[in-house]
Design a protein around this ligand. Structure first.
Ligand SMILES: *Cc1c(COP(=O)(O)O)cnc(C)c1O
Length: 470
């Protein structure tokens, strides 16, 4: 399998290349040259497979040429063996139509673990082949950071630098990052927003004094969902849920609490691969750039409003570029031009082709804080389920859609409620307990450095501590 950049000018790479590179050298994102497609018969034969085996079936076409099936199988069993639930992503019923796909049974209690437990192992496998060293630089609105740190802490040949917006992640989220004291883990609290932190990370990838891809000293890569391998791993649970609810004979809708457009784009990929998905509901909070883009074509970034669902407090959704590329006719040169315009003015208009391509599968909804609370109460009062604020946004959007009552709608439960105890207990009166496996999180020593919100400060910090590429 070959991968091409959404901006058309970076060289095509194989799976190993795109996993280690993260962002393409032309500033674009990698996407498969063409979508592998399963027939209905092939999909029907996947029913009942254990999760790790299903993962091998779905991911083998994407990793071909870089991993043997046996290598992929070994990595999948190790990654998904780290989950606290044997089904890995169990499906829970709300009512006749609504279902919950619990993606939070990994080590750090958010769906990010599903992809990152695999990605950490992919990095280690690929680096051992070339005996090279990797510098991971990431920005997190909360959950990516802890999941990435758990996935690579203590691994040889990897240093991780994780930026989080100071004071804008929950205490549980912060402690899950800062209490990991492995020497290859560097936590940085930035005086700024998530978008500021993400912009610095993107700049470092193309900084000639830093990134080997531009002549610098460090082999820098991304663990944000701009890394293709993350999206690939997330495709699997769309298949897992749909198969349980009767696919390929029956069509399924999904509602996805969305920030960087990674998780819901994985659903788009599943549909391109032949999974019968009727609708993908893009649920946003009041930071609604994606809702505006999908409903009116207006992709313009405002300022971020902090909410009780911080992992969705995003105004620039990196992975949206992948949809604009694929749905808009795969014209890299035209998209590069469009994205340059966006980077200059923080606003752009979708083309007609992009709008039509997107509306075939996506519907969007903007959910207010009051509606989010209503959804948490409904789940608790009517179904005995405690859900987190992000999941509640997805559930509210799912319930507000006009969709045939016979069509199952699966809401993705992206985080465990105990990651956001204050918002949950305020809404439901119930205090969600941390699972025992997180142990003494609140007693453990924390370690992080605070930096001003300037690129230079972060660049110098990384340059002083990272290991040079071989
Ligand atoms: C990361 C995250 C999201 C947003 O996912 P994207 O892939 O960025 O759209 C939603 N909910 C939770 C709990 C998250 O951690």
């Amino acid at each position: 399998m070959k991968y091409i950049s959404t901006r058309g000018s970076a060289a095509a790479l194989d799976f190993e290349g795109v996993t280690l590179a993260g962002l393409a050298s032309d500033g674009g994102l990698y996407i498969p040259e063409s979508w592998p497609r399963f027939s209905d018969n092939e999909i029907a034969e996947m029913a009942g497979l254990p999760y790790a085996e299903l993962a091998v079936r779905i991911m083998a076409p994407f990793t071909a040429g870089s991993l043997t099936e046996e290598e992929l199988r070994g990595l999948c069993h190790a990654a998904y063996g780290s989950f606290a639930h044997d089904a890995v992503t169990p499906l829970v019923q709300f009512d006749q139509q609504h279902w919950l796909l619990e993606l939070f049974h990994g080590p750090t209690l958010a769906f990010k673990d599903v992809a990152l437990q695999l990605l950490g192992r992919l990095f280690e496998n690929f680096l051992s082949r070339s005996d090279d060293h990797l510098t991971i630089v990431g920005a997190t609105s909360g959950d990516t950071g802890s999941a990435a740190i758990d996935a690579v802490a203590g691994r040889e040949r990897i240093d991780i630098f994780m930026l989080h917006p100071e004071g804008r992640v929950s205490e549980v989220q912060r402690r899950q990052m800062t209490t990991v004291l492995a020497p290859n883990v560097h936590n940085i609290a930035i005086d700024g927003s998530f978008d500021d932190a993400q912009a610095m990370v993107k700049r470092m990838f193309t900084d000639p004094s830093m990134a080997t891809s531009h002549g610098g000293r460090f082999r820098i890569t991304a663990v944000n969902s701009i890394n293709w391998a993350r999206l690939m791993a997330q495709v699997v649970y769309y298949f897992a849920a749909a198969l349980q609810l009767g696919a390929p004979q029956r069509k399924i809708a999904f509602s996805v609490p969305t920030g960087n457009f990674g998780d819901v784009f994985a659903g788009y990929v599943a549909a391109q691969m032949g999974l019968p998905i009727e609708r993908l509901i893009v649920a946003t909070n009041v930071n609604d750039i994606l809702h505006r883009a999908l409903s009116s074509g207006d992709y313009s970034a405002g300022t971020v409003t902090p909410t009780a669902a911080p992992s969705m407090d995003i105004q620039v959704s990196s992975n949206f570029e992948r949809l604009l590329f694929d749905a808009g006719g795969r014209d890299g040169a035209a998209l590069a031009e469009q994205m340059r315009g966006f980077e200059a003015s923080k606003a752009m208009q979708l083309t007609n082709a992009q709008r039509e391509g997107a509306s075939a599968l996506f519907t969007s909804a903007r959910v207010t804080p009051e509606e989010m609370v209503k959804a948490m109460r409904w789940a608790s009062d009517h179904c005995g389920e405690i859900i987190d604020p992000h999941t509640a946004i997805g559930l509210y959007a799912a319930c507000s859609m006009e969709i045939d009552a016979a069509m199952p709608i699966v809401t993705l439960a992206t985080a465990h409620p105990a990651k956001f105890p204050d918002a949950v207990s305020e809404a439901t009166g119930q205090h969600p307990e941390l699972p025992a496996r997180l142990g003494n999180l609140f007693e453990r020593e924390e370690r992080f450095d605070s930096l001003p919100g300037t690129y230079e400060a972060v660049r110098d910090y990384v340059a002083q501590r990272a290991t040079e590429s071989a």
